[in-house]
Design a protein around this ligand. Structure first.
Ligand SMILES: *Cc1c(COP(=O)(O)O)cnc(C)c1O
Length: 367
């Protein structure tokens, strides 16, 4: 999809805010904790290369979800370690070694397949993933972990880390969190050759469960300034959102009582009304369920009326505004603010998804 540069719709990303969020997070970690910044999925929609380049000096490692995201960073000149969090199949190992990407190994079966395929593991650095209760990927016992560490080492790989991931560190009820932590700590205690880097905390765990913090933390959503729990749990220290989404009015008209708006004619004016058109739609990641939510114009909330189309949507204005008037979809305008978390609540989803769905069509501008 081509980035639409000749349109007023854009995401403004404040790189200094991301940097500040990292510093305040670090200030609350024990000294010498390694900071892994998670920049997968285009840095949660903020632009992976720009973000990574601007924070490379502040962090120890970048985490991405697959090989290609790692390649993008290497090709842009990123020098610090990059850990691929997802599982990659053995036949892709060559490119990981070539570009110096650390990969995650999540099962003994993976090693068997690598051996069967004759894949060379020397010069490969890996972290072992432990499934402590998330149920997605990872070894499920200390026996499997020990066998895997020995087997990988024997075949020339450098097992430098081991980690797990929490399923519910962002919830009030911490029963499952505790179970996972105990499982992981017991497994680590039974390793014959303990890797040097041991990590478990995502943003939520590092914010609300300091007992999860081991030699490193993997922080994603918090560096972008959002609360991983939505608004279920209060942040122990302030974070500031780094992304602001805005557009502008490209059509303004007065319609009469009874006139209909948009696909399906779902909105009918009750009286004479001013309607503005904004060039953003579901192809931009501004999904159809945003109908009924609001945007900000001139510091005032204006309802999204009628269906959200692929490329456009319509809003009800309190009065006439000229073409080109700024429309704020996420961020502050005057005294009012719309957060990604509020957008997520409207959609019955999480703020992570709101950011990740912002499509390539929306240019990212850096301030
Ligand atoms: C995405 C991810 C993270 C970061 O999670 P946040 O909630 O954004 O901090 C950490 N670890 C793993 C394994 C992940 O997949």
């Amino acid at each position: 999809m081509v980035s639409s540069l000749h349109r007023p719709t854009k995401a403004k990303v404040d790189l200094q805010v991301i940097s500040d969020n990292i510093e305040i997070t670090k200030a609350h970690l024990p000294k010498n904790t390694q900071f892994f910044a998670v920049v997968k999925a285009n840095a949660y929609g903020h632009g992976a290369v720009k973000v990574a380049k601007s924070i490379e000096h502040q962090v120890d490692t970048f985490c991405v979800s697959n090989i290609d995201e790692g390649l993008e960073l290497r090709q842009s000149g990123i020098k610090i370690p990059i850990l691929v969090l997802g599982v990659i199949l053995p036949h892709e190992i060559k490119v990981a070694i070539q570009y110096d990407l650390i990969i995650t190994i999540a099962s003994l079966e993976w090693l068997k397949l690598a051996k069967k395929e004759g894949v060379c593991l020397s010069h490969l650095s890996v972290h072992i993933k432990v499934d402590s209760g998330m149920g997605r990927i990872g070894v499920r016992s200390f026996q499997e972990a020990n066998q895997l560490i020995n087997g990988l080492t024997k075949h020339g790989a450098n097992v430098e880390g081991i980690f797990t991931h929490f399923a519910s560190a962002d919830e009030k009820n911490n029963t499952q969190y505790q179970k996972q932590l105990i499982f992981f700590k017991e497994l680590i205690g039974q390793l014959k050759n303990k890797p040097a880097i041991i990590h478990a905390s995502n943003s939520a765990a590092s914010l609300w469960h300091t007992d999860s913090i081991m030699t490193a933390v993997r922080i994603g959503i918090a560096i972008y300034g959002l609360n991983p729990s939505g608004d279920a749990l209060a942040l122990p220290y302030p974070l500031k959102p780094a992304l602001h989404l805005e557009s502008a009015l490209v059509n303004v008209k007065e319609i009469s009582r009874g006139e209909l708006i948009g696909y399906g004619a779902t909105y009918c004016a009750k009286k004479s009304e001013w309607i503005g058109t904004v060039p953003i739609g579901y192809a931009d990641g501004w999904t159809r369920d945003m109908q009924g939510f609001s945007v900000l114009v001139d510091g005032l909330f204006c309802e999204i009326v009628g269906r959200v189309s692929m490329d456009q949507m319509t809003i009800r204005l309190p009065n006439y505004y000229p073409l080109g008037t700024k429309v704020t979809l996420i961020g502050r305008d005057g005294k009012q603010i719309i957060t990604a978390t509020q957008v997520a609540q409207q959609r019955k989803t999480i703020n992570y998804e709101v950011l990740c769905l912002l499509s390539e069509r929306i240019p990212r501008e850096y301030v």
